[in-house]
Ligand binder design. Structure first.
Ligand SMILES: Cc1ncc(COP(=O)(O)O)c(C=O)c1O
Length: 335
């Protein structure tokens, strides 16, 4: 039984996924000759309604290749103040691209107010950076940003001559939650990065989608970042397998998180927020360490951040793990 709720990134390839990886037809992807990578890229371009797609080793590399493809040194990008590109990607956009971030306020669901975007745009003036790009994220800590909001934010950005990049590490979760096609989001933005190794359960890989010109530039950036890999089709095969077998089941992760949230909400003093496959649990401050120790003793993996812990449902979590998690919390609060 898998009882590691830390992240949906910890999933391991299933036996049929491994078989698909082993059987993949491959070629040299630096020469764009890997048929399985090419198939994955074409499929993702089709799914997202974009002209082209590029397979990269991670979400971080995909986001970085995108922002480097869009921006010049000294340009500015607007971004939600707690978004992954800003705080969890080692400042690659600034270090390698010379891009300056302008953090925007977000609400408790990670949403940006479109008025904030408009007011953050700098007047064209020799003193100011050129406000070049808006970086969005969906889901944001599990919270779905609606199609309407993404559309509105992108429209404000476009009215102000910006391009929009969407970090869609978990965009499939957002689309599943709203029961909309993924293109409902991607049609609004210039580029989007979609991860295969989160809820979709592939061991590695992300795909950047956009128009041909931007993807050609990102291809160059991927090379510069050391991300041109050879027989990558074995990895792309996992992505293709995931698209066929692991997209529709994402709602199961969401339902499981909902059930856990419903059970934990009845425990006195426990703050519970559920958003798609993520659970944010805030125990009374004086109980935090003891609860951490109790869950750890039960073999449950989670992030014990203070004041709010994080648990995530994913492909590896089954009914038994769900029951263990709920009963462990109940036991602790029954003491
Ligand atoms: C919202 C978001 N964007 C991007 C990434 C980066 O993905 P990777 O870990 O593949 O670099 C993550 C990783 O967890 C993420 O949560």
């Amino acid at each position: 039984m898998q009882t590691d709720f830390r992240s949906d990134t910890i999933t391991q390839a299933t036996a049929p996924m491994r078989a698909a990886m082993a059987a993949a037809e491959v070629g040299d992807d630096v020469f764009s000759e890997d048929p399985t990578v090419n198939e994955l890229q074409e499929r993702m371009a089709d799914l997202t309604g974009k002209e082209a797609a590029l397979f990269l080793s991670s979400g971080t590399q995909s986001n970085l290749a995108a922002v480097l493809a869009h921006g010049q040194r000294g340009d500015e990008y607007l971004i939600g103040r707690n978004y992954h590109i800003l705080i969890n990607e080692a400042s690659g956009a600034s270090a390698f691209g010379g891009l300056a971030p302008w953090p925007l306020a977000v609400d408790d669901r990670g949403s940006i107010d479109p008025a904030e975007v408009a007011s953050a745009v700098k007047e064209p003036d020799q003193h100011h950076p050129v406000t070049r790009m808006l970086c969005l994220e969906n889901t944001t800590n599990g919270h779905v940003q609606s199609v309407e909001l993404v559309t509105e934010l992108a429209a404000v950005a476009h009215q102000n001559d910006m391009v929009v990049h969407l970090d869609g590490a978990r965009l499939f979760n957002a689309a599943a939650a709203l029961e909309v096609p993924i293109s409902a989001f991607t049609s609004q933005v210039e580029t989007a990065s979609l991860c295969l190794s989160k809820g979709l359960g592939a061991p590695t890989g992300s795909v950047l989608v956009g128009d041909k010109k931007t993807i050609a530039q990102a291809f160059r950036m991927r090379k510069m970042l050391g991300g041109g890999t050879r027989q990558a089709g074995h990895l792309a095969a996992a992505g293709l397998y995931a698209l066929d077998h692991h997209v529709e089941r994402l709602v199961e992760d969401h339902r499981r998180a909902e059930r856990i949230a419903a059970a934990l909400s009845s425990l006195e003093g426990l703050g519970v927020v559920q958003a798609t496959n993520m659970l944010w649990i805030t125990p009374p401050a004086e109980l935090h360490d003891a609860l951490d120790a109790h869950l750890t003793t039960q073999g449950i993996g989670f992030f014990p951040w203070k004041p709010t812990m994080r648990l995530v449902t994913h492909l590896g979590i089954d009914d038994q793990a769900e029951d263990l998690l709920i009963s462990s919390f109940q036991e602790f609060f029954a003491r």
